[in-house]
Design a protein around this ligand. Structure first.
Ligand SMILES: Nc1ncnc2c1ncn2[C@@H]1O[C@H](COP(=O)(O)OP(=O)(O)O)[C@@H](O)[C@H]1O
Ligand SMILES: [Mg+2]
Length: 392
């Protein structure tokens, strides 16, 4: 089963590209679901249809869903989140904690991930296309499972024990709130589910596509997204450059835009040299409805298979060396100054700009110590050395 996520700055054409790609997939015989995780639901507008919170089949094999932020869920998640914050605050836990918790997003995002999980495991679909929210929210969404995982392995077990021991004494005390078992079970269940989502999304058949328009500001954001997506282990498999003006400029105004876009497109070509760049022209009207959307996607992919699974390793690899190993994480565009690295026990903390990943070291690297690191050619390389047992 193929999963393709579309993200990019607001208004660049994410929904159009996602809807178009899904329509193409369905028309090529794939059982396709296109769902939106963006609170600004515009899939319905793009297809020119009224849609509900459940998947609706709008033509053979093409199903569309706009996830509705159910109040009920929002309430229960809000409770958990509020509770976590208050406990950590009261307990004065490791300073990294408060920072990490701020990446925990709101209810809609969690709900969207859980919905995606259900669909991915259902066996009902060959292709799932996800129309994501603008970049920053999508990154928060994709970082969520791991952030919660860190909390679950480091803080949660201790907390559960402490709460069990103290509850009889403290249940009425002011200050640290005492959650019931149901809160713990809910958090644990949520953690398991989100971990599964992360496994699915970082698997070889899941990819992210960056949608951009040929404007300097938009491209700068797309570059940062590529870095951050790689940091989190997600694989980007292409760029859609949308709203490209046709070359046959008619007047000075259009000529100006054509020239400006040409410059930026050249920069896009250089920046994303390792990826396919699909261009889509600025059309005289909005591509609305399945036919217009399929036309949009057909023209953009220009004969390339929109469902192709990219070859090559993902953004993170481990290579054995003599006496150790090298962990490589692709961080396109990152320089030494942007990257910060720390090791906390079994975790590697990699910070790039304002994004941080807490990477649980694979079992293969247990009993290794970090012996060096460098950032080179857009990738971080961390060298590990086997710790020699002391001789007696
Ligand atoms: N190539 C294009 N030519 C003309 N209109 C476009 C093109 N791409 C997108 N649009 C229109 O621009 C608006 C924003 O596109 P949309 O896909 O909703 O962006 P996003 O989901 O990134 O916010 C929509 O009205 C859409 O129909
Ligand atoms: Mg949109």
């Amino acid at each position: 089963m193929r999963i393709i996520l579309f993200t990019g700055k607001g208004g660049v054409g994410k929904t159009t590209a996602a809807a178009g790609t899904a329509t193409l997939a369905a028309r090529r015989g794939q059982r396709t679901l296109v769902m939106s995780t963006d609170a600004a639901h515009s899939l319905g507008d793009a297809f020119g249809q009224r849609l509900g919170a459940e998947p609706t089949e709008i033509e053979p094999r093409l199903w569309v869903q706009q996830i509705d932020a159910q109040r009920r869920f929002e309430r229960s998640w809000g409770e958990i989140q509020h509770y976590l914050m208050s406990v950590l605050d009261a307990a004065g836990v490791d300073p990294i904690t408060a920072e990490e918790l701020t990446v925990i997003p709101g209810a809609e995002e969690v709900l969207a991930l859980l919905e995606l999980r259900t669909h991915a495991l259902s066996g009902r679909w060959d292709v799932i296309v996800v129309d994501c929210a603008p970049t920053a929210e999508t990154l928060r969404l994709l970082a969520l499972p791991e952030a919660l995982g860190w909390y679950m392995t480091r803080v949660f077990p201790v907390e559960r024990r402490v709460v069990k021991a103290l509850k009889p004494v403290l249940s009425r005390a002011a200050g640290v709130p005492m959650p019931g078992d149901s809160v713990f079970d809910a958090v644990e269940g949520l953690h398991r589910d989100l971990q599964e989502v992360q496994e699915i999304l970082s698997g070889p058949e899941s990819t992210v596509r960056l949608v951009l328009t040929p404007e300097t500001v938009v491209v700068a954001e797309a570059r940062r997204s590529l870095t951050t997506l790689s940091l989190y282990g997600y694989r980007v498999d292409g760029v859609i450059a949308n709203r490209v003006f046709p070359e046959d400029a008619g007047d000075a105004w259009r000529e100006g835009w054509v020239l400006a876009q040409r410059r930026v497109l050249a920069e896009v070509g250089q920046s994303f040299a390792a990826l396919p760049i699909w261009r889509s022209s600025y059309q005289p009207g909005e591509p609305v409805g399945p036919d217009a959307l399929a036309g949009f996607a057909d023209a953009a992919y220009d004969g390339a298979d929109p469902l192709a699974v990219p070859a090559g390793a993902g953004p993170m690899t481990i290579a054995r060396t003599e006496g150790g190993a090298v962990l490589r994480i692709d961080l396109p565009f990152a320089t030494r100054e942007d990257v910060d690295l720390a090791r906390h026990g079994e975790e590697l903390v990699v910070t790039v700009g304002s994004y941080r990943r807490l990477l649980s070291l694979p079992a293969a690297l247990a009993r290794h110590e970090v012996s060096g690191a460098r950032v080179e050619d857009g990738s971080l390389q961390v060298r590990f050395r086997i710790v020699q047992a002391a001789r007696t």
